[in-house]
Ligand binder design. Structure first.
Ligand code: 5AD
Ligand code: SF4
Length: 469
């Protein structure tokens, strides 16, 4: 198993694009435009990966559909962070039996973090014969080559050997939408939090070169994107592997120096590496949202240690205070795990108190899900599922009450928002305040991509409602 950073040569990507052209000739030979469906589970990194899969598929001549009965090629991009997502994938892949029967030439590929786990790849091999191609996150750059093999060969293709450390520039991207864009700045994670599967499936941290990140940001801004989110499992350790003396705070300043009307966001920050230098860069930048997703996971020191999080409750609270000192209008969000192995009710209470003390704008709460191969999965876990659920419900209630209270305080204020597309609320538009809160407002499509002033009129736990002023 190699942990070395391995840059994929540009000629290799050119070769993949050449294969796209070959596939194009093959699948469009009858004059029809084939359709592809890409289904994405999990985090924003996966969404960004799916945009690359779609980029390649577009070069193969595919149009896109969300209907599996219309699709000639189906790619399921999976998540391994919790069991629940894995069960959904198995259920949905199983259901593709019907579409494959209706369209016998249909190619089904399953990729992403879930299949990078040997026991999952094995299960697909044995129990899901309809799947033609399986490949892990490290192989995404050579999706065209793998797909061609699956289309032309007699055997199913499995490419999930560990080839840690790949870093590929220049993969074509088909972005979702025209206002918001994901920009991956690094891949992988070195932290090995004891509950987490990510370092095992996505490998060690590799940072893209600053000039590559800045070039992509410049291209996005020139193309009219207005809301750019820098992505990494732990953006605060950006650059450590490059040895160039450029850290994440420096990178923020480099991107921020690009002129234009846009908002810069980022996620995720690990509290052990978030620094005063970062808060200062955020506060002083012209484009960076005062918005921080700072997962705390637990408010109890023993549990934090067992999770291998490398900070204490107090250090976390000090960081929050410092960040707020630099940015009094900071919007702060977090992730919390309830029911980590051995967590007692008293330890859970510490988390609840911390949540009340910090007062998060929004929280993402999860019940611990054991992941094969992680250290926590071997720890004694005496608390019953019912008791964990009870604590989880209490946390959710507290979190929702705090979020609602924070949102209530917006009512009557005027906020600058960026309108990014149609809203899930029928007939409404969706927008974000500069610091990232979701706002629904009435209005026509001409507002999409515009910065507008909105008077906030109402709220729910998760979003605000407003009207253009
Ligand atoms: N069980 C439950 N939640 C988890 N997360 C990561 N691994 C697990 C797990 N095994 C949560 C963490 C992380 C978020 C993305 O998912 O809170 O921050
Ligand atoms: Fe997982 Fe921890 Fe890395 Fe986040 S920092 S991806 S929780 S190992």
């Amino acid at each position: 198993m190699s942990y070395e950073r391995k840059e994929i040569a540009p000629e290799e990507i050119a070769r993949q694009e050449e294969i796209c052209r070959r596939i194009f000739d093959r699948i469009t030979a009858d004059g029809q435009r084939p359709l592809a469906m890409v289904d994405t589970y999990g985090c924003q990194q996966n969404e960004a990966d799916s945009e690359k899969l779609r980029g390649y598929l577009r070069e193969m001549g595919c149009g896109f559909t969300q209907d599996e009965f219309q699709a000639d090629i189906i790619v399921i991009n999976t998540c391994a962070v919790r069991e629940h997502a894995e069960m959904r994938v198995f259920g949905n892949v199983g259901a593709l039996n019907h579409s494959k029967k209706a369209r016998p030439g249909q190619i089904i590929a399953v990729c992403g973090c879930m299949v990078q786990q040997p026991h999952i790849a094995e299960k697909i091999k044995k129990s899901y014969p309809i799947v033609d191609l399986v490949f892990g996150p490290h192989e995404l750059w050579r999706f065209p080559e793998l797909l061609e093999k699956a289309m032309t060969g007699k055997k199913r293709v499995f490419a999930t050997e560990k080839s840690d450390g790949n870093l590929a520039e220049g993969i074509p991207q088909q972005r979702d939408g025209s206002v918001k864009a994901w920009l991956s700045i690094m891949y992988g994670c070195n932290n090995f939090c004891t509950y987490c599967i990510v370092p095992y499936v996505r490998g060690r941290e590799r940072s893209r070169k600053p000039e590559d990140v800045v070039r992509e940001a410049r291209e996005l801004i020139a193309a009219g994107y207005k809301d750019i989110t820098l992505l990494g499992q732990n953006v605060n350790s950006y650059g450590k592997d490059l040895g160039l003396g450029v850290d994440f705070a420096d990178l923020i300043r480099m991107v921020d120096a690009i002129d234009g009307d846009y908002v810069l966001r980022f996620m995720t920050s690990h509290p052990k590496d978030a620094s005063e230098k970062l808060f200062q860069a955020m506060a002083e930048s012209r484009h960076c949202a005062h918005q921080l997703h700072l997962p705390v996971q637990s408010g109890n020191d023993r549990v934090l240690k067992a999770m291998n999080r490398s900070y204490t409750r107090q250090k976390y609270l000090d960081q929050v205070a410092l960040a707020r000192q630099y940015m009094p209008d900071l919007v702060l969000t977090t992730d919390i795990i309830v029911g980590f192995p051995g967590e007692t009710d008293a330890e859970f209470e510490d988390t609840l108190r911390l949540v009340e003390t910090v007062g998060y704008d929004a929280m993402f709460t999860f019940i611990y899900s054991p992941r094969v191969g992680t250290r926590a999965a071997e720890m004694p876990d005496p608390m019953s599922r019912e008791d964990k659920q009870r604590n989880f419900d209490r946390l959710l209630e507290t979190a929702n009450a705090i979020s609602a209270e924070k949102h209530a305080a917006y009512v009557g204020t005027v906020q600058e928002v960026l309108v990014d597309g149609p809203s899930r609320e029928p007939g409404m538009l969706s927008a974000r305040t500069m610091n990232g809160r979701l706002v629904h407002l009435p209005g026509g499509g001409e507002l999409i991509g515009q910065f507008v002033k909105v008077k906030i009129t109402d709220y729910t736990t998760w979003s605000l409602f407003g009207e253009k002023v």
